[in-house]
Design a protein around this ligand. Structure first.
Ligand code: CFM
Length: 550
């Protein structure tokens, strides 16, 4: 089907064709669908990103990449914390499919440190619970979990049926906190799968819960007093957080908490004693950054430690913020040291990667971040998009005031946060902040994916399976980045697919060592001759036959 040898390689030719492609694809849909999809498929335009339709419902019948609100809350934001028992209140499938598939890792400090990540806790709701209510079963599950493990905290996550039948997980949480007594922290999340249009709603609900139930409960100032930072939106997939912890430690930066890779209850409770919040994944955690700034006075900046140059940039930003010569010098020394191996491996990899094409369709931030790594490899991203990003993740935060709030967004609780009476403490004076801004430092800002993409390249929100097939057929990218749902369909078309959610079996990809890993993995994928040999079953046979195995 795909002849990889006759693919057009000239970027200008490609870009000219992209507009045509967009129209061809849209035309194939029924009229109403076509009208709607047209608003989510746009061409990037340098510094003037066009308006894109995002964070709206997927059209029924379209095969989407998206996940559900429960996945965003339980799987994404709270899942990576090792010492909370996360109980899924619902049918067993919801718990099972969110059990370890994301490859978020953790490292207990010693054998007394709790680690519940390898477990799957579920109330395993049955038909009778749906009919007669599941609250008693949930209470029983909490009692059982407490007796077995004596955790510091238990969180309850609602799945779709819980909302439909009206079980009140918050009431159960209060009841069980009283029953168990002591200082156990028990809290619930109304993160039913259907509550929002995607997992993005779950992030917001999780952020609210983090703020209400965990952040700010422990005021003790621990560890070194200088350079105290948090890293928000880093989930330790494939060990990313371990690499970033290593780099911070080497520079003498005190990373108090990452939200929530390799985290613990205590790290969340104590995070408000930091002097700077760095936001890595804007989509999933910008709410926590905003709330912590309002309540405690901690400024936040967007960082992006995916790619060796981007990691260096992040370190320089931290050093610039603290403005301490000692840190500035140390950071430069570490960058110089780390870059030696980075350059060696990159030079080797580039022999096979320069000029190759990539497409990235993942989540709400990686489709952007990973473009830096491809850039370092000399590859062009000709099409990219998020599954569930909002307009600000595409066009930049400046469009936030113009985003229309629809019924689906209103469904998510907005908590009002005010300045903490005793603990609000501006980390910098107005003048200091202004001086930093004059030097080019940007606070509370994210410019989105589109400004980085080459003019004329395709940006597609909530890519459908049909659109993906067409993109691959026409452009024959050298690597397609997406997730497990796309992986084998794409590979059957003779194109290697890199999972950018769980990294397949790879990682870490963050930081300097992560960049090295990525260069090697991508070099191997785009340089392998085997993909040309792959024939999908339908290319050899008129029809595909299968027999049942049971
Ligand atoms: Fe943020 Fe993530 Fe992502 Fe995300 Fe995700 Fe993920 Fe992702 Mo999968 S929090 S938005 S909801 S960076 S699980 S670690 S890879 S879709 S791009």
């Amino acid at each position: 089907m795909i002849d990889k040898n006759d693919k057009p390689r000239n970027a200008d030719v490609l870009i000219a064709e992209l507009q045509e492609f967009r129209d061809e694809v849209i035309v194939k849909y029924p009229k109403k669908v076509s009208k709607k999809r047209a608003k989510s498929i746009v061409l990037s335009d340098g510094d003037n990103p066009p308006q894109i339709q995002a964070n709206v419902r997927t059209i029924p019948g379209i095969i989407t990449q998206r996940g559900c609100t429960y996945a965003g809350c339980k799987g994404v934001v709270l899942g990576p914390t090792r010492d909370i028992i996360n109980i899924t209140h619902g049918p067993i499938g919801c718990g099972f499919y969110s059990w370890l598939t994301r490859r978020n890792q953790t490292k207990p400090v010693d054998e007394n440190d709790s680690n519940f990540i390898p477990y799957c806790f579920s109330t395993d709701m049955q038909d009778s619970n749906i009919v007669f209510g599941g609250e008693e079963k949930l209470k029983q599950a909490i009692r059982e979990a407490y007796e077995l493990f004596h955790p510091k905290a238990i969180a309850i996550f609602s799945t779709c049926p819980v909302g439909l039948i009206g079980d009140d997980v918050h009431r159960v949480a209060r009841h069980m906190k009283e029953e168990i007594g002591g200082d156990i922290n028990i809290f619930g999340f109304s993160c039913e799968g259907y509550r929002g249009v995607s997992q993005s709603a779950g992030h917001h609900i999780a952020n609210n819960g983090l703020f209400k139930n965990l952040i700010g409960r422990d005021d003790e100032v621990r560890g070194q007093l200088k350079y105290r930072v948090n890293l928000l939106g880093e989930y330790n997939i494939g060990g990313d957080a371990f690499e970033l912890e290593r780099i911070c430690e080497k520079c003498g930066i005190n990373l108090l908490a990452s939200f929530s890779g390799n985290s613990t209850v205590q790290k969340f409770e104590n995070a408000h004693t930091a002097d700077l919040n760095m936001v890595m994944c804007h989509r999933s955690i910008n709410y926590v950054a905003e709330m912590m700034e309002t309540a405690f006075g901690i400024p936040w900046i967007k960082v992006q430690p995916i790619g060796a140059n981007s990691t260096a940039k992040m370190l320089r930003k931290i050093a610039q913020y603290f403005g301490d010569k000692e840190l500035i010098d140390k950071v430069e020394e570490v960058i110089a040291e780390e870059m030696i191996e980075v350059k060696e491996v990159l030079e080797q990899a580039r022999k096979r990667t320069v000029g190759k094409l990539a497409m990235l369709f993942v989540g709400g931030s990686r489709a952007h971040h990973y473009q830096d790594l491809f850039e370092e490899l000399g590859m062009t991203t000709i099409a990219a998009g998020y599954e569930f990003g909002h307009r600000d993740d595409y066009e930049g935060r400046s469009v936030i005031p113009t985003i229309q709030i629809d019924a689906d967004s209103r469904n998510i609780e907005e908590i009002s946060v005010t300045q903490d009476e005793t603990r609000y403490r501006p980390r910098k004076t107005e003048e200091e902040l202004k001086a930093l801004e004059a030097e080019g430092m940007e606070f509370s800002e994210y410019h989105g994916i589109m400004k980085q993409m080459e003019k004329g390249t395709l940006v597609i929100d909530d890519l459908s399976h049909y659109e993906m097939d067409k993109l691959i057929e026409k452009y024959k990218p050298d690597v397609f980045c997406a997730g497990i749902k796309e992986k084998f369909c794409v590979q059957k078309m003779g194109i290697p697919l890199k999972q950018l959610h769980n990294y397949d079996v790879g990682g870490p990809y963050a930081g300097f060592q992560g960049a090295i890993n990525f260069y090697k993995d991508i070099e191997m994928m785009v340089g392998a001759a085997i993909w040309k040999e792959i024939k999908a079953p339908w290319e050899n046979e008129d029809y595909v036959e299968a027999t049942f195995v049971y």
